[in-house]
Design a protein around this ligand. Structure first.
Ligand SMILES: O=C(O)C1=C[C@@H](OP(=O)(O)O)[C@@H](O)[C@H](O)C1
Ligand SMILES: C=C(OP(=O)(O)O)C(=O)O
Length: 431
């Protein structure tokens, strides 16, 4: 299925953004480990999260849907599945589940994924887990076979910053009494740490000259809890970037997660001149959420340094589109991790912008975009099955002089199943 986005006038109104994907995976996996019931509200029901649900069910965990976004997980009992556990397209499912499985005595499972996930690196994860004593058969790619057992402690240096690796190590560490510590010179998203506290396992974080030191607390038995998940800032990025490039736009998202380790895009857009207003800030299940309103204002170019990338790693395709509509040369540094996401995102961004008449190039691991306040568009974008590339270039089509087509749109459901209707609701012409 292809989709075409046509140049539009101002985008206006309120958009309903589904629950955060990172928090949704974690709520399910920690709920599956915890004793008792975990009730989740606002769970994202996208194909990546459904992969985590299917994988946990295959591992013997009972999970029930009670309403839209409302799920109950009956944690505690895991068993060896009859078949391989398929994580589909989802790196977070695979990596966090491998961490959990390595510390489940008596449970063995082979973890697989689709062709994209099977080409993504896993040694960054299995290295520290094996150091803790995990038994994992396989190399740097899926499939991997994990034989759960009792693990020891670790001090892991999380470079490059990966919240998936950090989370897998913390989750694996729940089964040992030994010290489990992670050092992060550049912090990665901390949803696992925040959520572990809600399950009764506090995690301490110390800001030291060598970076953040994250230490798993001594109380490691998780107890089921009630969680409400905020709107996903990585999905909100698309309507908000569209509003940032379409003159006259005024778009509001309520209840968005504004954890500072996730808001790099919004800080960058503000520095570029976008008119952003946060209101109604509150704490929800340990996370900060707020309403965010973006009103169009002309954008100027940005310079993003490497140590800021972790706070907007999945938003770089959307940010690149904003840079195309900004005035001047934007430089975004430290993007090597984009090469190992669902597609080579750095390569896809440069190819897509070039096809749309925007001068852009990859300079080592930096991206340079020569914005002229407008873009020609008029291209068919090859997405390589990457949901964020598809959504970003559809946004470009809304602001460009000519329509933009994406070759394959079904995989948008990986993270944002109601994307097209949501965008149409604020005036976007996408079909
Ligand atoms: O922990 C998470 O939920 C995620 C961490 C990031 O990956 P890395 O850990 O590989 O940086 C991010 O790109 C991914 O979409 C979700
Ligand atoms: C990289 C992403 O997810 P994952 O690593 O879970 O596949 C993403 O959603 O952009």
């Amino acid at each position: 299925m292809n989709l075409v986005a046509r140049p539009c006038r101002a985008l206006t109104g309120e958009v309903s953004i589904p629950g955060d994907k990172s928090c949704s995976h974690r709520a399910l996996i920690l709920g599956a480990i915890a004793d008792g019931k975990t009730r989740i509200r606002g769970l994202l029901e996208s194909s990546d999260v459904l992969s985590t649900i299917a994988a946990l069910r295959a591992l013997g965990v009972q999970i029930e849907k009670c309403g839209k976004g409302e799920w109950v997980v009956n944690g505690g009992q895991w068993s060896t599945p009859a078949d391989a556990v398929d994580c589909g397209n989802s790196g977070t499912s695979a990596r966090l589940l491998i961490g959990a499985l390595s510390s489940m005595p008596g449970v063995s499972a082979t973890v697989t994924g689709d062709s994209s996930l099977s080409s993504r690196p896993m040694a960054r994860l299995t290295g520290p887990l094996v150091q803790m004593g995990a038994r994992i058969d396989g190399g740097d790619r899926l499939p991997l076979s994990v034989h759960g057992g009792r693990l020891g402690g670790i001090e892991h240096r999380n470079v490059p910053p990966s919240a998936q690796v950090k989370s897998a190590v913390l989750i694996a560490g729940l089964s040992t009494n030994a010290p489990v510590r992670i050092v992060e010179p550049v912090p990665s998203r901390d949803h696992t740490e925040i959520m572990l506290a809600a399950f009764g396992c506090p995690v301490s974080v110390d800001d030291t000259p060598g970076g953040w030191v994250i230490t798993l607390g001594n109380q490691r038995r998780l107890l089921g809890c009630d969680l409400t998940i905020g709107a996903d800032p990585s999905s909100a990025a698309f309507p908000l970037v569209a509003a940032a490039i379409a003159p006259g736009s005024d778009v509001l998202v309520r209840g968005m997660l504004v954890n500072p380790l996730r808001t790099g895009l919004y800080e960058t857009l503000e520095s570029m001149g976008a008119d952003i207003e946060l209101s109604n800030e509150r704490i929800q299940s340990g996370e900060i959420v707020a309403d965010i309103r973006l009103r169009y204002a002309p954008l100027r170019a940005c310079h993003v340094r490497a140590d800021r990338i972790s706070a907007m790693i999945d938003e770089i395709p959307a940010l690149s589109v904003a840079c195309a509509f900004a005035d001047g040369e934007s430089v975004i540094e430290g993007l090597s991790e984009l090469r190992v996401k669902e597609s080579d995102r750095l390569g896809r961004i440069v190819a897509g912008l070039t096809a749309c008449g925007v001068v852009a190039l990859a300079d080592g691991d930096a991206l340079r975009i020569f914005g002229r306040g407008r873009a020609r568009g008029g291209a068919r974008i090859t997405t390589h099955g990457d949901h964020r590339i598809a959504m970003a270039f559809l946004m470009l089509g809304l602001g460009a002089s000519n329509p933009v087509e994406v070759d394959e749109a079904a995989m948008i459901a990986t993270s944002f199943p109601d994307f097209t209707d949501t965008m149409r609701g604020i005036g976007a012409d996408i079909e």
